[in-house]
Design a binder for this molecule. Structure first.
Ligand code: UD1
Length: 366
């Protein structure tokens, strides 16, 4: 069975890694990594192949950056040609980036079976590009692998046939467990002059935060204020970096005494920082999940989340520039609620997925 695993942007690499390794272990499965090229910098792409011991992508579409339509259209055109030649038995797409929906459209239109890993998540906010990608991908993919029961409920509410849905658990936890020893073996705090449990980690890259200059300015001010209370370290995403440089707000952060700005980090280094931190300030999806699993307070600078289980069961709370300080104070005073780990966030999602693939093969469906 030839299975294409589509990767494109930073969060995709860690999701595909445990699945690639599990599928490669199965005798009759030949996993093929297809990189669309949406992320191309060393520290946004290649470093994750090294960290997770993944082979070089077998196929590279070389698409790169562009507007939404350009990126989506170019992936569709390039991948359609590959599909016609390679004729895989199954295409697996992950997450919610432009390449996820693009590869799904190309495959489904050629009648090639397609599975969506991390299906069913909904923020119910259609101004988010990722929400559109999620809705379209789930509407047309053949197999929908969900991380949590809310994913199943959302799909059923949208009229999806229940036979397409499988609750497989959260693959990001597989990635973390796969790498736990390696993460523990590296030393990161010394190089950044940080102390275990005594600092916060910041990540921001959503268009709603960093492309809106008024919001970005307010966020820079409040982050600077928070850094007066505890050291903050901020690995800056390329989109955010461009905006901070363009507006000069970078100087506000650079001028704050306990504020460290770095390039985007590899998985091991980044997770090492997360695991030893007091709190996270983020707008990322994956970090909301990782902190819930690790029991670390996470303050998410968004109006909504497609991962509500991280709030109802975990350590995640939504906040804004004008509410975040009170939450930081609560955490520092030990008043933040402890969460629990959601069901099937256990490091075994890849095994369940591989078993599911083999069961559909036996039924002759893929
Ligand atoms: C994309 C995904 C988002 C995901 C994020 C993770 C979509 C719609 N968005 O957003 O869901 O959370 O990846 O990072 O698919 N750039 C570089 N080097 C790179 C990659 C990008 O400099 O390796 C620059 C691009 O030139 C572009 C900007 O960063 O200007 C944004 O890249 P893009 O892929 O369009 O979207 P992200 O913001 O990364």
């Amino acid at each position: 069975m030839i299975i294409h695993l589509i990767v494109a942007a930073r969060p995709n690499f860690m999701k595909i890694a445990p699945l690639y390794h599990e599928l490669a272990r199965r005798e009759c499965i030949d996993p093929v990594i297809v990189h669309t090229g949406q992320h191309y910098d060393l520290n946004m792409s290649e470093v994750f192949f090294q960290d997770f011991n993944l082979p070089e992508p077998h196929i590279h579409l070389g698409v790169g950056s562009g507007s939404h339509a350009e990126q989506t259209g170019q992936v569709m055109i390039a991948y359609e040609k590959v599909l016609e030649q390679e004729k895989p038995d199954l295409v697996v797409v992950v997450g919610d980036v432009n390449s996820t929906v693009a590869a799904t459209l190309s495959a489904v239109k050629l009648g090639i079976r397609t599975a969506h890993l991390e299906a069913g998540l909904r923020s119910f906010d259609r101004t988010m590009p990722e929400e559109i990608n999620r809705i379209v991908t789930d509407a047309i993919a053949d197999y929908l692998w969900t991380p949590s029961p809310d994913g199943n409920e959302n799909l059923i509410n949208e009229g999806v046939d229940i036979s397409k849905i499988s609750h497989v658990g959260n693959i990001m936890i597989d990635s973390l467990e796969m790498m736990r020893e390696k993460i523990a073996s590296i030393e990161t705090l010394g190089q950044f002059n940080l102390e275990e449990g005594g600092y916060g980690v910041v990540t921001l890259h959503r268009p709603s935060n960093v492309d809106n200059l008024k919001t970005l300015k307010k966020l820079c001010h409040v982050l600077s204020d928070i850094s007066n209370k505890m050291p903050l370290i901020f690995p800056v995403h390329p989109r955010t970096s461009k905006q901070l440089e363009k507006t000069g707000y970078i100087n506000l952060l650079k001028g704050s005494k306990q504020f460290t700005l770095t390039q985007p980090l590899g998985y091991k280094e980044f997770m090492s920082l997360v695991m030893q931190s007091r709190l996270l300030i983020t707008d990322s999806g994956g970090i909301q999940e990782e902190t819930t699993y690790l029991g670390i307070p996470c303050l998410t600078l968004r109006e909504n989340t497609e991962r509500p289980i991280t709030i109802t069961e975990g350590t995640n709370r939504l906040c804004r520039h004008d509410t975040i300080m009170a939450m930081v104070d609560d955490i520092l005073a030990g008043r933040f609620p402890k969460g629990k780990r959601p069901h099937l966030w256990d490091g075994k999602a890849a095994v369940r997925i591989a078993d599911h693939i083999l069961s559909i093969k036996e039924k002759g469906a893929a």
